[in-house]
Design a protein. Structure first.
Length: 191
């Protein structure tokens, strides 16, 4: 069996595909998540128990560190799409920094961080500014790292591209920003 990898959100859209690849390549996989599979099957386990599941525990960094012990790599897909209640972009930045510190303390050697295209510390948009702050924390962690900056991630369960396709099929007019000459093409990240 290969090295142990911890991935945040193995049951999420992006995390599920990365986890599938990791398992196929022989890695032992753990996940940190707020949405574990349930016994009542309202949330199923697509990996049939092959992935060890632990809660995020951002408010208990010692437990978070414990869940990371023995792993060599952390793949971080953690973020929030929209602020809701106490969960804000600022909270997500704080939680991400807690995760990065716990990873370093646990002996993680490499972080693969999934960010967004064009993050900026100067952005007036909190989403992009927060993503840039997390990238800076990853870069300053002292760990080996890779930061992925996808413009679009899409697949069968994708929300954005599938919603756009639905609109294109049903409405007579669809606006395309810019000159429409840019391409969106599938790719595969090397894990």
């Amino acid at each position: 069996m290969g090295h142990t990898v911890v991935i945040t959100g193995a049951f999420s859209f992006t995390g599920r595909y990365a986890t599938r690849i990791l398992l196929e390549r022989g890695y032992s996989v753990r996940t940190l998540t707020n949405h574990p599979p349930t016994r009542d099957r309202s949330r199923t386990d697509p990996f049939a128990g092959q992935v060890k599941v632990f809660p995020y525990n951002f408010d208990r960094p010692v437990e978070l560190r414990h869940h990371l012990l023995g792993a060599t790599t952390l793949i971080n897909t953690y973020w929030v799409r929209f602020p809701r209640g106490k969960m804000t972009f600022e909270t997500a930045v704080h939680n991400s920094c807690t995760l990065i510190a716990a990873a370093k303390d646990a002996g993680i050697r490499r972080i693969v961080h999934v960010s967004i295209a064009n993050p900026s510390l100067d952005s007036r948009l909190r989403y992009y500014r927060g993503k840039a702050q997390v990238e800076r924390a990853v870069a300053e962690s002292g760990l080996d790292y890779t930061i992925l900056r996808p413009a679009v991630i899409f697949g069968a369960e994708d929300i954005l591209i599938n919603n756009i396709a639905w609109l294109v099929r049903r409405f007579p007019v669809f606006a395309i920003p810019g000159d429409g000459q840019y391409g969106v093409r599938p790719g595969e990240a090397a894990l």
